[in-house]
Design a protein around this ligand. Structure first.
Ligand SMILES: Nc1ncnc2c1ncn2[C@@H]1O[C@H](COP(=O)(O)OP(=O)(O)OP(=O)(O)O)[C@@H](O)[C@H]1O
Ligand SMILES: [Mg+2]
Length: 359
């Protein structure tokens, strides 16, 4: 097959795409971007993207990381708006362009394009009610399961050999279903965080210790902490859950093989989050969970944080959805950067106000 010229592909690409140069200026925008951003290529070319378009994501930092790591980065639920247009929620992918790592290709997948707004809202609320329903079902199924497992255990007393293996299988599998149901219940149960000044290293230690005695026993966990980090404003239990989920994913990614997880905490003032109401807040506390596993399966990379999206056999797909919910309730930010051999989940959090500092 003869491929059409790149220019034709570029202009018929149905999703908004932009090329960004090394100083974060726009070099090219495709017609889909002109329509979506409601801005002409002429008006945008040569200008810095974030001067013209309101994008609720730390773009400067994202671009810098993509250039430094020469790997793609995906962000979900980013609000993008131009001038008079109400912001639209999008997923964005940012990747270095081929040989030239300074030039960046940015693709925007609008989640709620104006004309699809109604439907997208419905999908969201459908997802929400699906979770409510799943929670209710989970609760209802747990009782009869306890009965099944108890009956199998009673039966097993008079059995031997292969028959005993079968009752053991019933018990083991019901236990697995109960665990899965508990996860679903837990997902529906997240209460608003009780915000206090929290030492993030205490949280990380707690998560690390319980990971090492459980699901991450086959992993080495290296601590790389900046001990001078100030406290964050958060709910220690919920934040522990966040790091447990991230450590669990990192440990499971190796599929049982040994591997190393690095927990890296540091201060970076450059990250600011712009809120919908126009106020901004700094998120200077950074914690990265870095693993040397195979990386995130590309097929699910853009939907990682959606509930029930899993790349694992037996995965519920709720771990990262919970991470995303808890961190957004904390006013924080989650980002991912993954290539085979190195996957980084970064959590960015605010600092606790001075009068709340733990003594
Ligand atoms: N560190 C990682 N390395 C490779 N893949 C990952 C990593 N973290 C997440 N993933 C991929 O993202 C998917 C979604 O993760 P998530 O935690 O939401 O669900 P899950 O682990 O499949 O199920 P659950 O956490 O509910 O038991 C995983 O199934 C896995 O394919
Ligand atoms: Mg998980």
């Amino acid at each position: 097959m003869n491929l059409p010229a790149p220019g034709i592909i570029w202009s018929s690409l149905p999703i908004p795409a932009l090329l960004i140069d090394r100083s974060d200026r726009v070099i090219e925008i495709n017609p889909a971007s002109e329509t979506f951003l409601n801005i002409s290529a002429k008006a945008l070319k040569g200008n810095s993207l974030y001067d013209r378009v309101a994008i609720d994501a730390p773009l400067e930092e994202i671009f810098a990381r993509v250039r430094a790591n020469r790997s793609a980065l995906f962000m979900n639920d980013v609000d993008i708006g131009t001038g008079e247009k109400a912001p639209v929620q999008c997923n964005i992918s940012v990747a270095p362009l081929g040989e030239d790592p300074d030039t960046i290709l940015m693709l925007i997948s609008p989640r709620e394009l104006a004309e699809r707004l109604g439907r997208a809202q419905q999908v969201k609320s459908a997802a929400r009610s699906a979770i409510g329903m799943a929670e209710m079902l989970a609760h209802e199924i747990k009782n009869p399961l306890a009965g099944i497992s108890g009956a199998a255990q009673l039966l097993s007393m008079g059995l031997q050999g292969e028959d005993l293996e079968l009752t053991d299988l019933i018990v083991a599998e019901t236990r697995r279903i109960v665990k899965l149901l508990e996860q679903v219940e837990q997902f529906g149960n997240v209460r608003p965080p009780e915000l206090r000044a929290v030492n993030i290293h205490d949280v990380l230690d707690r998560a690390r210790k319980s990971a090492l005695v459980g699901f991450a026993a086959h992993m080495q966990i290296v601590e790389d902490y900046d001990p001078s980090l100030p406290s964050t404003l958060g709910d220690a239990d919920q934040l522990t859950q966040v790091f447990l989920n991230l450590l669990k994913n990192a440990a499971e990614a190796t599929k049982g093989a040994k591997g190393t997880i690095r927990i890296h905490s540091f201060y970076d003032l450059s990250l600011r989050l712009r809120r919908k109401d126009g106020t901004g807040s700094a998120l200077p506390l950074q914690v990265e969970i870095i693993d040397d596993g195979p990386g995130i399966p590309p097929a699910i990379a853009t939907e990682l944080f959606e509930p029930f999206v899993s790349g694992r056999e037996n995965g519920t797909g709720l771990g990262l959805a919970l991470v995303s919910k808890i961190i957004s309730d904390h006013g924080g930010w989650v980002s991912v950067d993954s290539v085979p051999g190195r996957t980084v989940f970064r959590i960015s959090l605010p600092v606790a106000p001075k009068n709340l500092e733990i003594s």
